[in-house]
Design a protein around this ligand. Sequence first.
Ligand SMILES: Nc1ncnc2c1ncn2[C@@H]1O[C@H](COP(=O)(O)OP(=O)(O)OP(=O)(O)O)[C@@H](O)[C@H]1O
Ligand SMILES: [Mg+2]
Length: 224
Amino acid sequence: MTAKIISIISPKGGVGKSTTATNLAADFALKGFSVALVDAEEHGTTIDWNDAGVKNLHVFEGYSRTITQTIEALAKKHDLVIVDTAGNNLTLSTTSENLQTLVNSKAVSVSDLVLIPVEPTPLSIRKTITFDPIINKAVEGKGKAFTFLMSYQRNTVLSAQCLALLKSGQLETPYLGVTIRDATVVPQAEGMMQSVCQYAPRSNVAQDFKKLAKAVLANLSMEG
Ligand SMILES: Nc1ncnc2c1ncn2[C@@H]1O[C@H](COP(=O)(O)OP(=O)(O)OP(=O)(O)O)[C@@H](O)[C@H]1O
Ligand SMILES: [Mg+2]
């Protein structure tokens, strides 16, 4: 078995990387895939999902220079490996920042698919996609990096502007065609260590996460 590898990447903190990684990992595991979730943040909480009690979901530490070996070993034993990375922000020391950059870069190199959640402001989208070297590297890997809009506020001018930008083709990274709306059940579900689809299956945002999972599987040519 050789797993498909997905990394969630963004230089910005708090944009929804861990939320995306844990929701996709739990939902794919509940579908019956064997999933390894890798917590590649220095002070990550994704590792706590080992206690979520989801069958087929196992979480591993990945914040290390040897992350490539960790991922490759896990890929031999699972259907999917999902890597939750962290941004580089000012709270990190120079040493931590360098190691996080290395970890992110290695994760991108071995990934089949790179997901880039973006916040709903046009300036932040442009900055994220245009200036981050790791995103640039992911984009160079033909057809493997995609953006999607996180915390989307429906019927606002700002979100409409963001969607127009993502769909315009002006950015080098293609848009996956998925938006995850801003909804309070998202942090609530995290508080219960459940995916949104487990916690609030009838919610609109659960449908958004289902669309994301479907788009990811289609991109990887996997059936779900
Ligand atoms: N669609 C959403 N609606 C409402 N809240 C959300 C949504 N997506 C994420 N959040 C919340 O935003 C917060 C930050 O999300 P998250 O921890 O996933 O970001 P991150 O990119 O992993 O941050 P970091 O870079 O610090 O690791 C969390 O409390 C999460 O519950
Ligand atoms: Mg995170």
